[in-house]
Design a binder for this molecule. Structure first.
Ligand code: LLP
Length: 440
């Protein structure tokens, strides 16, 4: 479904449009998002998981109203984790029952709004939050559907996962541990997660529909998910044995990786769906449990590959015998992932073909910080010059959504390209936008 290509002259086209023209029309830096590719990925996930499972797109990867409409049209649900994301989702017409509300410290306003709007589920993350959501629902005269987020002792990053007895992180409630753990299990069996189940089941204003687990990001194989599923099913079984209740849903979170560089080899939605389905079915049947409805929350795997960032080269500075620093007109304000995570990206000269030899380059931004690197090591043509356009692919996820105003940078627009037409779906910030906030 990818529509990024090159003309015989070497210019990159997206959705049939020449990047040179796009740069002239929309300016640089800018993100260009291929709508057909986005929709195709939504459908691939939906089809892979089928009608008896739900796919929640993780809005934190990138969200705006156009994206919400596409998700709605393609039959996906939406995971939001703040009032801002919730407001965007509702403003674009996503039915509240198809929204899941996340967050490890939801404000009382976020909880109130989520319950009042009738979101399909709130994912509970702490003992305090169980009480807060129960209180908000009771005050509104509602019964809120909730899941409990558990930490299963699996932390996955890329090709590896670490299974430990206890996870040292802020999210969720640990499956492991006994009496006296966080919140005080009070001598009953199991860790904080089992205690959370007990508390939720006692509250009339909450309906416990399932257990949620999210094990990490940019994961390339399914083994970490399999361990997580095994442990979550263990809790379902304990809940059945202790309370006589079979919880109807399991959410195994997001985290499926994408190819940022040619070395990355992500799994396809089909493979992931099959692996998760198989393990959940096998484990539940083994435990004599009705197989729960499965859901997942991919963000990066849907939107990440669908966009690239277009920059204009401003300066080219060779450091003898070392490398050439190529400065572009954006940087860590539009892609902080390289500085933050040592993330790897590729980059290509997009505005013309070049037969010049390769030049070891570091593509850097224009911010007042040495760590302001977009692509740490890349070979670019030795005749690279100011005015050339560079494209950095796979910037659809966690780039615009983590963009910032460092050095009062104006956050770039997101331009959706479809059927040979381009339209702005999130406009570029202006100086007036910055000054409007500055009321001193
Ligand atoms: N569900 C939950 C509960 C999550 O916390 C996340 C991501 C997702 C789903 C979606 O994960 P994905 O499929 O997009 O990997 N800013 C970082 C990633 C942080 C992700 C946090 N949670 C980055 O730029 O790589």
């Amino acid at each position: 479904a990818r529509t990024v290509a090159r003309t015989p002259e070497g210019a990159v086209t997206v959705g049939g449009l020449d990047v040179q023209q796009l740069a002239e029309e929309f300016g640089t830096p800018a993100y260009f998002l291929d709508e057909a590719d986005f929709r195709a990925r939504c459908r691939a996930w939906r089809d892979a998981f089928g009608a008896d499972a739900d796919v929640f797109y993780a809005g934190k990867a990138f969200l705006c109203r156009a994206v919400v409409r596409w998700l709605h049209e393609e039959g996906l649900n939406l995971d939001v984790c703040s009032l801002g994301e919730l407001t965007t989702a509702l403003a674009a017409g996503m039915p509240a029952e198809r929204i899941a509300m996340h967050g490890n410290n939801k404000s009382s306003e976020e909880i109130h709004r989520a319950v009042e709007e009738g979101v399909g589920r709130i994912v509970l993350d702490s003992f305090q939050e169980i009480a807060r959501v129960a209180h908000a629902a009771a005050a509104l005269g509602k019964r809120q559907r909730v899941q409990i987020r558990v930490t299963v002792g699996v932390e996955a990053h890329t090709h590896e996962f670490i299974a430990t007895a206890h996870e040292d992180q802020k999210f969720g409630l640990a499956l492991a541990g006994g009496a006296g753990g966080a919140g005080g299990a009070g001598g009953a069996a199991g860790g904080p997660a089992a205690e959370a189940v007990r508390r939720v089941l006692q509250l009339d204003s909450l309906e416990l529909v399932g257990i949620h687990s999210h094990i990490g990001s940019q994961i390339f194989d399914t083994s970490g998910f399999e361990v997580a599923a095994h442990r979550v099913v263990g809790l379902l079984r304990q809940v059945r044995d202790e309370h006589g209740v079979e919880l109807p849903e399991i959410d195994l979170g997001g985290g499926l990786g994408i190819a940022y560089t040619p070395d990355d080899d992500p799994s396809e939605p089909q493979e992931i769906a099959k692996a998760l389905r198989d393990i959940v079915t096998r484990e539940c049947e083994g435990a004599g449990l009705t197989v729960p409805r499965l859901s997942v929350e991919p963000g990066r795997a849907i939107v990440g590959p669908t966009a690239f960032t277009l920059y204009e080269v401003g300066t080219v500075k060779p450091l003898d015998g070392l490398r050439t620093y190529v400065s572009v007109d954006g940087g860590m304000s539009d892609n902080i992932r390289t500085a933050l995570y040592d993330a790897e990206y590729t980059v290509a000269l997009a505005s013309r073909a070049s037969t010049a030899g390769p030049m070891l380059s570091r593509v850097v931004g224009k911010h007042c910080e040495s760590g302001d690197i977009v692509v740490r090591d890349a070979f670019l043509p030795a005749d690279l010059a100011p005015g050339d356009l560079l494209a950095v692919p796979a910037t659809g996820a966690y780039c615009r959504s983590m963009a910032n105003n460092y050095n009062h940078a104006l956050r770039p627009p997101v331009v959706a390209v479809r059927d040979g037409a381009a339209r702005v779906i999130l406009r570029r910030e202006t100086e007036e936008d910055l000054l409007r906030l500055d009321v001193g």
